[in-house]
Design a protein around this ligand. Structure first.
Ligand SMILES: [Zn+2]
Ligand SMILES: [Zn+2]
Length: 85
């Protein structure tokens, strides 16, 4: 059983891997109590979240996509990861 904190950190790790390098966990007090959520952000663009999926702006240099040969994430402008070249 994972705690909320662990889940949030797991998500942050995934976001950072996909280029959302300045994403962070935000903690704020609301009428329902302390609420923690993730703020998705990228140092190179105005990252946005649509239906729970984070996107970079078109042309962002931090944008990553899947390698054409496997599921490894590679930088923009590259088709294959180190292993698949
Ligand atoms: Zn970006
Ligand atoms: Zn690959």
């Amino acid at each position: 059983m994972k705690t909320v904190q662990e889940k949030l950190h797991f998500w942050i790790d995934g976001l950072v891997l996909r280029g959302f390098d300045t994403s962070s966990i935000v903690s704020s007090a609301t009428w329902r109590g302390q609420l923690e959520y993730i703020r998705v952000s990228c140092s190179q663009c105005e990252a946005l979240v649509i239906n729970g999926v984070a996107y970079h702006e078109t042309g962002c240099p931090n944008e990553k996509h899947e390698c054409n040969g496997c599921n490894e994430l590679v930088s923009r402008g590259r088709k294959y990861c180190e292993d698949c070249i």
